[in-house]
Design a protein around this ligand. Sequence first.
Ligand code: NAD
Length: 515
Amino acid sequence: MEENQPVASMDLSSFEDGAQYIDGKLTGGSGFEPFDVVNPADGSTVQRVRLASTEDVDAAVAAARTALPGWSRATPGERSEVLLRLSAILTEHAEDFAAVETAQTGKPIRLSTEFDVPGTIDNTAFFAGAARNLEGKAAGEYSADHTSYVRREAIGVVGSISPWNYPLQMAAWKILPAIAAGNTIVLKPAELTPLTSVMFARACTLAGVPDGVVNVITGAGRSAGEHLVGHPDVAMVSFTGSTPVGKRVAEVATATVKRTHLELGGKAPFVVFDDADLDAAVHGAVAASLINSGQDCTAATRAYVQRPLYDAFVAGVAELYASVRLGDPRNPRTDLGPLVSYTHRDRVAGFVERARGYGATVVTGGATGSTGHDGTDLTRGAYYLPTLITGAAQDSEVVQGEIFGPVLVVLPFDSDDEGLRLANDTPYGLAASAWTRDVHRSLRATREIAAGCVWVNDHIPIISEMPHGGYKSSGYGKDMSQYSMDEYTQLKHVMFDTTAVARKDWHRTVFGDRG
Ligand code: NAD
């Protein structure tokens, strides 16, 4: 950056020089495979890029490795200072980030502007503080003859892989704790949505993050992604994505004995007890199932409603679903945009069609829609109407599988025991909510539901200070919060002899009386 050039005048969203960010520079890389980042609202090309080759991955890892000694020895205060600058730069470029995020994902601009971008800025400010707050056991004499202390050290080059649903936030969740703790990183975002991750890396450079500390590779999962995960110079792998791909990533990482952190799929239950505030539960279920078109790993997907409230709940959700405005994601009045791609829309539609086939009732939705609230031709985009399903069996695909679309399945339950049992009855355990005005019921639900987050009388909010991560097949490890710093650091026990005696007492175990 030129001296004194106002940061706001830099165009972070120009990709004329390519979409690989290696060693502090935007480059086209050495791959030849073209790839169109497509706006799913109308099928237009947002940006044509060339996908990374494995040589590009090697170059990014080499840059990260070279940058590691300097960055890992920077003081926490120095690392914190650049992160504070980064949060100011992101704030200056907030509109730009929101516009590109909406173009590449199709998410409503209201969501990008009010959730994705401010969430990322808040995360950045949080990790500026967290960088200065690493803790360990107190130094002391844990043996009479020694002083011990613990060093919390960076792990090395982190290889990260992120999904397409919240591309900017996922990039931030991966990059921020890793570099706050003194690691360097190579991030491979989902090929469908790489643009804001590259912009974020460019913003890091503007903020003063040294070249090579943050690298972004725009490439395909099976080639660039797997090459990164198996790279011998990558010390840790942090992955967010689906459970099947996460298993593959763990397999490849294990073969080279890397630490892994896996944030995987979800199928969040939404349990409504018969004393719940019905209006709150209905509004909560609609918002929590439709946020980001349901492409949210914590979205409400299975509502279990105690029998006395069941009919009213179904009717309330159906009525609100019908009032949701689909349309141009750039229109601030639009509630719901398209899904991320036509392929994904068809996948979601497939779940619903099969559910019809095995006898479930599609109460509302179950189609692609025709005209939006603002006249948008929905048939040109990857739109899918909010879809409410009842009458599905607990063991059916629509209840057990991750659909990742605007689809809510509602099932009744009778006793509290049954409701909690059904809530736990999938392989996933990322998030859940319980709706009740009874303190004992809510305490029991929060204790017994096996998930990394349980909300009471709400569903979705996240905050930088609190950990996010799964139980069961939703993975392990924590994003956000001070706990995420544990993922990205390793502990070293340092032990000093305090006796200055050449022949130590414990040598008797080897020398016996001859000691
Ligand atoms: P995905 O698993 O298909 O892809 C995720 C990433 O992995 C992409 O960058 C992809 O290119 C890469 N990839 C694919 N194959 C690979 C391989 N063999 N080796 C290395 N990388 C590979 O997931 P998606 O469709 O992009 O995202 C949706 C999924 O992400 C959902 O399952 C959702 O629940 C999950 N998700 C989880 C969280 C969480 O915090 N637990 C957050 C967001 C999304």
